[in-house]
Each structure stands twice: as C-alpha cells, then as structure tokens.
Design a protein around this ligand. Structure first.
Ligand SMILES: Cc1cc2nc3c(=O)[nH]c(=O)nc-3n(C[C@H](O)[C@H](O)[C@H](O)COP(=O)(O)OP(=O)(O)OC[C@H]3O[C@@H](n4cnc5c(N)ncnc54)[C@H](O)[C@@H]3O)c2cc1C
Length: 405
C-alpha cells in the first residue's frame, strides 16, 4: 500500500510521532510491564502531552483536532510495538470519551471532554456484565429515578481502565418493560485506584470530579494478554447519580453504545493489524539472521511461503482498516466495513503471531523475543468489542439488508 497516496502529510506526521514515541518509550519497557502487569502512568503523561489521548476531538475541547485516519494511525502504529499501550489510546478515546462528545450536551462536553482529551484523567465504558456479554441487551444494572437523581445498583465486568480511570459512561436499565429501549446511559465518576502513582506523575486524578458514593472498582483481572492494560469490575451500590449526568435521553443508551462499538471496531481492527505487522517484522528480521543447514532460514521456501502469506494478508487488512476509517471520516455508513476490518484483522493477528512464533522456533516460545507476547495480545482482539461470531452476525445483517433493498 502506497502510504503517500492514501495519507495526508498530517497523517504521516502523526505516524512519525507515534513511531518515535513507541521506539523511545514503549519498546524498552513493554516486556517488563507485561511480566509485571503494570500500568505505566509516565507514558500516559507523555501520550497526553503528545495529544494522543484526544486525537480526533476539537481543539476547543482540549483535543488535537485531527481526523479519524490520524487517530486510527496512532492506534495501529502503537500496536506494532505494544498492544497494551494501543488499547489505552483506543479504549480511552472511542469508548470512554466519544459517547460524551457525540451524545452529551454542551455542559457535559465542556465539563468532561477537556479532562479526558488532554489525558489529565482516563475514561472507560461500562457495558459488559456477568450475564450480559455478547447479548448486551441483557443488562441487569438498574437505575431508579428518585427525585432529581438516579440510584444505580449492579455491576460491570472486564472494564478497561476500571481501576485507573475516573470518568465512565455506563449503561443501566431505567424501564424494565421496554427491552433495549429501556436502557439508558450515565456519566459516573470516582477517584483512580492508583492515586499515589497518579499524583506522583501528575496525571490520572482531578480533584474537581466528585467521588460518587457506592461506585468503586472491583477485582482486577489477571489476563493472558494486554497485561499492562488495567481491566476490572465496576460495582454500583446505591450510587446516587444527579439527573444532569444522564447521557442523551432516557432509553437511548443501548443504541448509543452500539454506535460507539461500530466506531470502536475500526480501532480494534487497526490494533489487530498493528500486532500482525509487529510480529511480521520480527519474523522477517529473525528469518534473515537465523541460520540452519548453513544458510539463513529465510532462504527456505517453506519460510518464505509463511512470510508471503503474512505480508499479503497484512496488505489486505490495511485496505480494510483504512477504507473503513475513510468512510467514517467522510460521514458515510461504515458499520459493515468496520465489522469486516475487525473480524479479518483480529483473526489475521492470531494467524500472523502464531506464524511468527513458528518462524522463531523454540526461541519464539520464550520471553527473549516479543513474538510470544504479541501472540498472547492478539487473542483478545477476537473477543473484545464484539467476538468474531458477533462480527459475522453484524456483517450478515448488513448483507441481508442490502439484498432486501
Ligand atoms: C481484556 C478485556 C477488556 C474488555 N474491555 C471492555 C470494556 O472496556 N467495556 C466493556 O463493556 N466490555 C469490555 N470487555 C468485555 C468484552 O467486550 C466481552 O468479553 C465480549 O463482548 C464477549 O462477551 P462475554 O465475555 O460475556 O462472552 P459471551 O457473550 O458469553 O460469549 C461466549 C462465546 O459464545 C459466543 N456467542 C455468544 N452469542 C453468540 C451468538 N448469538 N452466535 C454465535 N456465538 C455466540 C461468543 O462469540 C463466544 O465465543 C473486555 C473484555 C476483555 C477480556
């Protein structure tokens, strides 16, 4: 893919910035953070300073004021080096901030978006519950209207930034008789669980955000991959949420969250593609250096075939991801293309990382090389923000609708 044909000068400048940041500040620590399951606030501060935590939001809201393609490039480029850093950008921006930008009123936008877009605090999105995963309409968290507030009870699981974050958009049932039309969304705030580290680095906490009584982070997940990304339960026990924190109108929460996931899929497609490319680059490098039978293993046709398949699929993935980003940027429908990009690239990430480990032989199975981490990081891409099976259902629905005219 000829980058200069598809990307503007500004897009390429973003790519160079992220590439440099990932090389200098992420690559040297990625393996250690993965081993320790540690979230690195210093890099959150640096990403905030570079504008990477608010790429597509207007400057008047504290964002970088860039286009969607720039944002997708940032996720893609970061994921080539470390998927955990890439999901911080993606979950914070698309899941945590975009619902407020898109569905919030002026007051909500001006109150919360500058804090999020600048990277002063982290945001998250609470949809998944213990018994409502793929079937997100099965939400059990309740929001009962009492006077000028709602009282929330329930819990969410697997929430990215659940512990480290301070601003969350979450869904809750306001009218149990109306199915998904009875689900609303709310903005909730709590202090970060990492107060000391956040204070020491100067980001992650804002005193002006109310600590809502009864709203807290629960168990931290010990995960296969994305190990330096924080994933937790969120618990709501009689949380009093002022009515001005209702996002959009009552009953619009489910539709708004589904729209948010549509855009999120372009980001996860880009993240998956980045992992695949990172693994491919490592495999290519290794195959040129590693000698067996008196020559570099890259000279063997069996290895070349694997590299050729990886390169071809990556090229196809790039077209899917950046085409979906282009559609979104130009205000055209992109739901089907986003699901296709996510489906193809997440499955590609698994195939490419598995091949990269294979090309590294026994060394690939150790922590001496990054490909084993990349393989572990790839798996969740087939699960989060809608599993591969759900993407196929979404694509199927689009196709059938097109056929029906
Ligand atoms: C690291 C991580 C981060 C996450 N971050 C967030 C977050 O920030 N916010 C958030 O809200 N959620 C988040 N999630 C949750 C994630 O989106 C869900 O795990 C995912 O949507 C799947 O739901 P589930 O785990 O309940 O699986 P289930 O829905 O129980 O699915 C189990 C299996 O059944 C299949 N299945 C289900 N329904 C169908 C069907 N109709 N047809 C065919 N197959 C089907 C699925 O594809 C899957 O293979 C995160 C999860 C992880 C692991």
């Amino acid at each position: 893919m000829d980058d200069t044909f598809y990307f503007s000068e500004q897009n390429l400048a973003v790519r160079d910035t992220v590439r440099e940041f990932a090389r200098d500040h992420v690559a040297p620590v990625a393996a250690k953070l993965d081993a320790e399951g540690k979230f690195l606030w210093e890099n959150v501060r640096r990403m905030g300073e570079l504008g990477l935590l608010g790429v597509p939001w207007p400057e008047e809201l504290g964002g970088a004021g860039l286009d969607i393609t720039s944002y997708i490039i940032a996720i893609h480029e970061m994921a080539k080096v470390d998927a955990s850093h890439a999901i911080t950008i993606s979950a914070h921006t698309t899941l945590g901030t975009s619902p407020i930008v898109k569905f919030g009123n002026d007051e909500q936008r001006h109150r919360y978006v500058p804090l999020l877009a600048s990277g002063k605090v982290l945001g998250g999105f609470g949809l998944t519950e213990p018994s409502a995963g793929s079937d997100a309409g099965g939400t059990r968290t309740r929001a009962e209207k009492r006077g000028d507030r709602y009282v929330l009870n329930g819990s969410k699981i697997f929430i990215t930034h659940g512990g480290v974050g301070e601003i969350f958009v979450v869904t809750a049932v306001t009218d149990a008789t109306r199915g998904t039309k009875g689900i609303s969304s709310f903005i909730l705030t709590k202090p970060t669980t990492d107060l000391d580290s956040a204070r020491a680095v100067g980001v992650g906490h804002d005193e002006s955000l109310p600590a809502m009584k009864g709203f807290r982070a629960g168990k931290k997940e010990d995960k296969l991959g994305w190990r330096s990304s924080d994933t937790r339960e969120l618990v709501f026990e009689d949380v009093e949420v002022p009515e001005e924190n209702l996002l959009g109108r009552e009953g619009e929460g489910f539709t708004n969250f589904m729209q948010t996931l549509d855009s999120g899929r372009i980001g996860i497609g880009a993240l998956s593609l980045g992992i695949a490319e990172g693994a491919y680059e490592e495999a290519l490098k290794y195959a040129s250096i590693r000698k067996q039978f008196g020559k570099p293993i890259a000279d063997f046709q069996g290895i070349q075939f694997q590299l050729s398949d990886m390169a071809t699929e990556i090229e196809a993935g790039r077209h899917l991801v950046f085409h979906a980003a282009w559609l979104a940027q130009h205000g055209k429908p992109f739901g089907k293309e986003a699901a296709m990009a996510k489906l193809f690239c997440s499955e590609l990430a698994m195939r490419a990382t598995t091949k990269a480990v294979q090309i590294h032989g026994g060394y690939g199975y150790t922590k001496d090389y990054p490909v084993e981490r990349m393989m572990r990081d790839a798996k969740i891409c087939e699960i989060g923000e809608g599993t591969s099976e759900i993407q196929r259902l979404v694509i199927g629905r689009h196709i059938l609708r097109e056929v029906a005219g």
